[in-house]
Ligand binder design. Structure first.
Ligand code: NAD
Length: 297
């Protein structure tokens, strides 16, 4: 297919590469010229605006930082909706708020285009390996059309329901992950302070009712799981600032829905503290250092 791909950052670059590898033709755009060059060297055609990228494309994919960027790329005078052909499917893979996703889907529909929100999990490693999980919101037939294309970039492609539900799935999962990570960090830190060997404690938790992904796969205490960021100075994982962004989306969405997320809001504040201390670029499991009020190593 002839695909327009906009947003070639940490995630977009490897995703676009996988589409090229699968034999698709790509026209690409990013505000950073170097990001465009990296893809044109591999055979993609460069464009100078979102509108130029989308013109004559058979499908449009975007992978941008946050809601304002996505809104601008689609609705600005030189945006995607200004030029894209009627009937062309639009897929936004960025993590944004469900309300914006819903609104853009409506604006696209008014111009005769279907749109899917398709945020991902799996991180940059999953993007490189082509093993991302896509959580997709939108019409069933649009999902069926998108699935073979998304399969070139991901392994699990899940239809979540109507517009905005892909974003809802993504932010609910990440809110729970943040809460479970903070709980695990509190338990591991307290146990160490009370004199129990952290490895022994982790073993007990992981065969007891406190077990969760944050304890058995991504434990925040160093040396428990060799492959976890905690065992390499909290580098190379999922940055605390990205988690903070997702928690902001969850708390905002809860306000819109008129629902309390007391622990989600507290998690947001704790990640804000971690970020304000200058550790926003560290893996989110580094929250244990804030809880312990010292560097655990
Ligand atoms: P990134 O900042 O590395 O890349 C975003 C790219 O968009 C940049 O190259 C930037 O220049 C470009 N951009 C910004 N505004 C633009 C505009 N108006 N027009 C064209 N290009 C523009 O971000 P990323 O890590 O690739 O993340 C992208 C999205 O994926 C985010 O919503 C993020 O929350 C989500 N996500 C990231 C990860 C991860 O581990 N990095 C994991 C899951 C989901």
């Amino acid at each position: 297919m002839d695909i327009a791909f906009i947003g070639l950052g940490n995630m977009g670059n490897p995703m676009a590469r996988n589409l090229l590898r699968a034999g698709h033709a790509l026209k690409v755009f990013d505000l950073a010229a170097a990001a465009v060059d990296a893809l044109t060297e591999l055979g993609a055609r460069p464009a100078k605006s979102p509108a130029e990228t989308a013109r004559d494309a058979e499908l449009v994919i975007t992978m941008l930082p946050s809601s304002p960027h996505v809104r601008a790329v689609y609705t600005n005078p030189d945006g995607v909706l200004a030029s894209v052909g009627r009937g062309v499917l639009l897929i936004d893979c960025s993590t944004i708020d469900p309300h914006t996703a819903h609104d853009l889907t409506d604006q696209a529909a008014a111009r005769g285009n279907e749109m899917l929100d398709a945020p991902v999990s799996g991180g940059t490693g999953g993007a490189q390996a082509g093993t991302l999980t896509f959580m997709v919101g939108g019409a069933v037939h649009a999902f069926a059309q998108a699935k073979p294309i998304l399969a070139a970039m991901g392994k699990n492609i899940v239809h979540c329901g109507g517009p905005g539900t892909g974003q809802a799935a993504k932010i609910c999962n990440n809110m729970l992950l943040a809460i479970s990570m903070i709980g695990t960090a509190e338990a591991m830190s307290l146990g160490a302070n009370l004199g129990i060997d952290p490895k022994l404690l982790a073993g007990i938790i992981n065969t007891s009712s406190g077990r969760c992904w944050s304890s058995d796969t991504y434990n925040p205490y160093p040396g428990i799981i060799e492959s976890a960021p905690a065992s390499r100075g909290y580098t190379g994982g999922f940055g605390a600032d990205l988690m903070l962004k997702d928690l902001g989306l969850a708390v905002d969405a809860a306000r819109t829905a008129g629902q309390t997320v007391a622990l989600g809001a507290l998690a947001q504040q704790l990640y804000q503290m971690m970020s304000s201390r200058g550790d926003g670029g560290k893996d989110f499991s580094g929250i244990i250092n804030l809880i312990a009020n010292r560097k655990i190593s």
